[in-house]
Design a protein. Structure first.
Length: 294
């Protein structure tokens, strides 16, 4: 008896196409730039050099250029699935999906990943590949979107589709919760796992401006089971009205919440400190990095 193939979570071709579109039309990078700065702030707490670094999900290479400027950095490799974005990254570049990395074991001292791993359908498998690609005592420092991201938009679209169309198509990608991140890192082989989260709120004059930015970020729906037809005009208008009614501030602007999870794990090495006590992996990442850099 033949076994059914497992259903795909993401349409990888559509996801890459969304990122290619950002390259053609002008990438909207303010969120990625802000998160990159916060990743770099955390990295500064580790007082050591990382000669070989990987910028995973490089987009146009801003994070990689900052890594290359750090003392002791010899080489930074930019890995990005969208060729159009990768062409603007500069330096050594590799077209690669975070779920299928083409790197040998023990290739890097540091892997920094900025807002791409939430598009990995098999996040534990992707993390295991990253752990394998690190040299002993190398570090992974990653940021990915968490479950509270765009809660306002998702609420408005859900209720509008239900009211206007009598049903709701798949809108939301599965996300990892902060409480589960340490276990995921340990399962992937990392030592000393730690994570924290921050919320970034951006305000918009209207719903269309938010949707424009999401397209420019390459963060629109790429679920394999998504509805292919565009939203009806009536549904979009209803969603805009609900968004404004439920969430607008005193000036009428619409908040958009982005929850960012920051993950850190170290490739195992015999000289590392013993693991922190059970339950401490959700302490502030900055505090843990400061201890690790001592």
């Amino acid at each position: 008896m033949a076994h059914a193939e497992p259903a795909l979570l993401f349409d990888r071709r559509a996801w890459r196409a969304h990122r290619e579109r950002t390259a053609r039309r002008g990438a909207v990078d303010f969120l990625h730039d802000e998160v990159a700065d916060r990743l770099l702030d955390r990295l500064e707490l580790i007082e050591r050099a990382f000669p070989a670094a990987l910028d995973l999900g490089a987009r146009t290479g801003a994070l990689g250029r900052a890594l290359a400027a750090r003392p002791g950095t010899v080489e930074v490799v930019a890995a990005e699935p969208a060729i159009g974005l990768l062409a603007r990254a500069g330096g050594r570049r590799v077209a690669a999906d975070p779920e299928l990395l083409p790197f040998d074991a023990a290739s890097f001292d540091l892997i920094a990943s900025n807002l791409v791993l939430h598009w990995a359908a098999d996040l534990p498998g992707a993390l295991a590949q990253l752990c394998r690609a690190l040299r002993p005592d190398g570090v992974l420092l990653a940021a990915l979107l968490g479950g509270s991201t765009l809660v306002e938009l998702r609420t408005a679209l859900f209720e509008a589709q239900l009211a206007e169309e009598g049903g709701v198509g798949p809108l939301v990608s599965p996300t990892v919760e902060l409480a589960d991140t340490a276990a995921l890192l340990q399962r992937a082989g990392f030592a000393l796992p730690v994570a924290d989260s921050e919320t970034i709120t951006v305000s918009y004059p209207d719903l269309l401006s938010l949707l424009h930015d999401l397209r420019g970020m390459g963060e629109t729906n790429a679920l394999a089971a998504r509805r292919r037809a565009p939203l009806r005009r009536a549904t979009l208008a209803h969603a805009a009205a609900l968004y404004a009614e439920r969430f607008a501030d005193a000036e009428g602007r619409l908040p958009a919440t982005f929850e960012v999870l920051f993950l850190c794990g170290w490739a195992p090495d015999p000289g590392q400190p013993r693991p922190l006590p059970r339950g401490s992996a959700t302490a502030r990442l900055a505090d843990a990095l400061a201890r690790r850099g001592e």
